[in-house]
Design a protein around this ligand. Structure first.
Ligand SMILES: [Fe+2]
Ligand SMILES: [Fe+2]
Length: 426
């Protein structure tokens, strides 16, 4: 039987064009890997310093999705007869200077403007050029990854534009944004764009980045959601109040996410797997904060009905990255695996006592995430702590004492029970 079809080559693009060679492919992917790794770190710095919660949350998601892309590029480069050492360090100095400078972007508006108008579009243009230049048959594996990254990038562009549009700005911010756009475009031109294939401009000298960027360790928040230092913990039997408390605990996990952003940025020279793990851990904790937000909004029709607590954030700003991570992974998350109480009890409470299907499902996934986190923490701390996991317990116990000392600086507050439960949950 004659089978006539317009479908050829499994739908792959440009199968009859020579396209990029293995060497050219490896070089482009290496540059994408470096660019997105620096972008991930850049976004992480502003999770700490930008006050607007909705922006922090978006940046946490974006840094994770960029880390996922980096992991794809790196894996693919290693399949292209390229040595792993090619993946360390900057492909060329001008690309490093671009991000060294960008780290000094002043203020939320200028930062978001630069990411939305310069850095993310440059990346998207590099993806587009890749798809236009590669042979989809020869280089199937990279092209598939680029198409997926490109879909993420289209969504990033839409979300960033929305965030930028709604962010407060004054004339000074707008002027700064325009100045910085010119500077960053010049640095991008000096490196031939993300792919390095565009005509190169003059290399501008460093302006802001004569000193390395340092994240200010200050807890910065908008005023939409009220704050307390810490909560009094109601007993399980006081079901409505305990549910409020549990949702507040989830909401307050933004503190952990901000702390992990510091861990990610301030721990240099680790193997890639460290950044991949911490990036994921960071985004999970921000998602857990959103579990609280969504639970509160579904229950009370208002996502600001329950305050969040601050003391963990203050600890995260004070503790060095290794101490903070050891306390989180071993003292907090590790202990949450014990039942009762632990993560399993939280899930059972939401399901069987509060009869709150949404929070029960969130706690179910929260528990699953925490199992992953404990494993991540044990794996990473074993390599990071001198002497490995076997010898870390005194160090992490001292860190826990530091956290307890911070907690005791102010007395806990009873959460005022919002009335009534207007949502459809429960
Ligand atoms: Fe969490
Ligand atoms: Fe966690």
């Amino acid at each position: 039987m004659n089978y006539n079809t317009s479908l050829r080559y499994a739908g792959l693009d440009r199968p009859r064009e020579a396209g990029l060679s293995v060497m050219e492919t490896a070089e482009r992917l290496r540059r994408l890997a470096y660019f997105e790794r620096r972008l991930m770190l850049l976004l992480a710095t502003r999770i700490v310093t930008i006050p607007e919660r909705d922006v922090k949350v978006l940046l946490a998601r974006l840094q994770y999705e960029h880390a996922q892309h980096v992991d794809g590029w790196r894996g693919r480069v290693l399949e292209l007869r390229t040595n792993k050492s090619k993946l360390e360090g900057a492909p060329e100095p001008a690309l490093a200077v671009l991000f060294d400078e960008a780290e000094h972007l002043p203020g939320a508006y200028t930062f978001l403007f630069a990411v939305t108008q310069v850095l993310e579009p440059a990346l998207r243009a590099a993806y587009d050029a890749y798809l236009a230049d590669a042979n989809g048959l020869a280089d199937y594996a990279s092209v598939r990854l680029v198409r997926q990254a490109s879909a993420d990038a289209a969504e990033h562009a839409r979300l960033l534009a929305q965030a930028l549009n709604e962010l407060a700005r004054d004339d000074g911010d707008v002027a700064h944004a325009a100045e910085w756009e010119t500077v960053l475009r010049a640095h991008l031109a000096a490196t031939g764009g993300v792919n390095g294939t565009l005509p190169r401009g003059e290399s501008p000298s460093r302006q802001a980045s004569t000193q390395p960027y340092v994240i200010p360790h200050t807890l910065v928040r908008d005023t939409a959601i009220p704050h307390v230092w810490d909560y009094q913990a109601p007993p399980l039997e006081d079901v409505d109040r305990h549910l409020d408390y549990m949702m507040g605990l989830r909401l307050s996990e933004i503190n952990v996410a901000e702390g992990l952003a510091i861990v990610l940025y301030e721990t240099p020279d680790m193997p890639w797997s460290f950044y991949l793990d911490i990036s994921r851990h960071l985004w999970d904790e921000m998602r857990h904060s959103l579990f609280g937000e969504a639970g509160i909004e579904a229950t009370y029709g208002n996502h600001t009905a329950i305050p969040m607590r601050d003391y963990e954030g203050v600890f995260a700003m004070e503790a060095p990255p290794l101490e903070q991570y050891a306390v989180l992974g071993l003292e907090v998350e590790g202990k949450n695996m014990k039942y009762p109480p632990g993560k399993r009890q939280e899930w059972e409470f939401a399901r069987d006592m509060a009869h709150h299907p949404l929070m029960a499902n969130f706690q179910d996934f929260d528990w699953a995430d925490e199992v992953v986190h404990v494993n991540i923490a044990r794996r990473q701390l074993d390599g990071w702590f001198d002497g490995g996991l076997k010898t870390i317990s005194d160090f992490s116990a001292r860190g826990k004492e530091h956290r307890t000392e911070v907690k005791r600086r102010q007395s806990p507050t009873a959460i005022a029970h919002p009335q009534p439960r207007t949502g459809t949950q429960g």
